[in-house]
Design a protein around this ligand. Structure first.
Ligand SMILES: [Zn+2]
Length: 335
């Protein structure tokens, strides 16, 4: 039986993506692009140990906050170059519309249900004046928010041009077609709420990215983040084999302490943390089914055959904030 993970990310599209990306990656790296060393992007700590290496891309774990990050990484210039040439934008623009219903039903709607409740519990009253989503993709999340009348005005920040025809269909929405760091200030400023769905793993510098986030938020405004979690079960066990860890595209994965420290550096207080992870055990199950029978983790393929068992283990991980995705609410303080 297909797991939840396989329903939302069908195997054949993953394989197609891996093949195209790997071929592109070896060509790109053959030109010896400039690499730079960085400290922990979350807490600025300097002490680390090596966590894993993925296709010659080195990931470190910060000894202070336990976040994961890529260092040395492509320089800012090389990273822009990498993005302008890499094949993923085409892949997503071609493939995601066919997955639209499933993405909305299984991912965006449940995500909004959780986030809107958390926001209400933290004092937000809907509709707010302005909501901004950075990395809006094809606009599915804004579409779901609009059904609930979350805001009077929406801003969709999305540099991928292929997304724009989809975003243009959304009412009351301004589209910003650059990265946040280059966005026009008049459109973004005075936001009451900013959503970052799987975004913070990408910026070359989280410092300049969060300088902007903090700047565009109204005092007491809120940033809601859903992102990969460095203390999550999938990444702790599978490391570089975990899904979604793509070399040079995933530059950093935060821990809870990392998010707290990052917020502190930008006048943002971490006021709520909760698990958003539904797939760790499904991912492990899916991974273990392809292992040789004498591999130490292959037993998981039999142990996790029962979907009820997978569901129960996932619930325990959620309770202990040990899943691969977390949600975070940060509020701009008045300092
Ligand atoms: Zn750190």
């Amino acid at each position: 039986m297909n797991s939840f993970f396989e329903k939302t990310k069908p195997k054949e599209t993953l394989l197609r993506f891996d093949k195209a990306f790997s071929a592109f990656l070896s060509n790109f790296m053959a030109d010896n692009p400039e690499m730079v060393e960085v400290h922990c992007p979350f807490c600025e700590g300097e002490a680390f140990f090596e966590a894993f290496i993925l296709e010659n891309c080195r990931y470190l774990r910060c000894k202070t906050c336990e976040s994961l990050y890529n260092s040395p990484r492509l320089s800012k210039k090389e990273l822009n170059n990498f993005y302008s040439k890499q094949p993923i934008e085409n892949f997503y623009s071609e493939s995601l519309p066919s997955l639209r219903e499933r993405r909305i039903q299984f991912i965006m709607q449940p995500r909004w249900n959780i986030l809107s409740n958390k926001l209400i519990n933290n004092g937000v009253t809907f509709p707010v004046d302005k909501v901004m989503e950075v990395g809006a993709g094809l606009g599915y999340f804004i579409e779901v928010m609009q059904k609930d009348n979350a805001a009077r005005r929406y801003v969709a920040v999305e540099p991928a041009k292929a997304s724009h025809p989809y975003l243009q269909c959304l009412p009351n929405t301004d589209i910003v077609s650059t990265v946040l760091e280059e966005a026009p200030a008049d459109i973004c400023c005075e936001s009451n709420l900013i959503f970052l769905n799987s975004v913070i793993e990408h910026p070359f510098s989280l410092k300049s990215f969060f300088d902007k986030i903090s700047h565009y938020l109204k005092p007491e405004g809120i940033v809601a983040i859903v992102d990969m979690h460095s203390g999550g079960f999938d990444i702790e066990i599978l490391k570089g084999e975990a899904q979604n860890v793509n070399p040079h595209l995933i530059l950093q994965i935060g821990s809870i302490e990392g998010l707290r420290q990052l917020g502190k550096l930008h006048n943002l207080d971490l006021i709520d943390t909760f698990s958003m992870g539904e797939m760790d055990i499904d991912i492990l199950y899916s991974y273990s089914r392809n292992l040789p029978l004498n591999h130490p983790l292959s037993g998981f393929s039999r142990l996790l055959e029962k979907s009820a068992l997978r569901k129960d283990i996932q619930a325990v991980l959620k309770k202990h904030l040990a899943t691969g995705y977390n949600g975070y609410i940060l509020q701009k303080n008045l300092k």
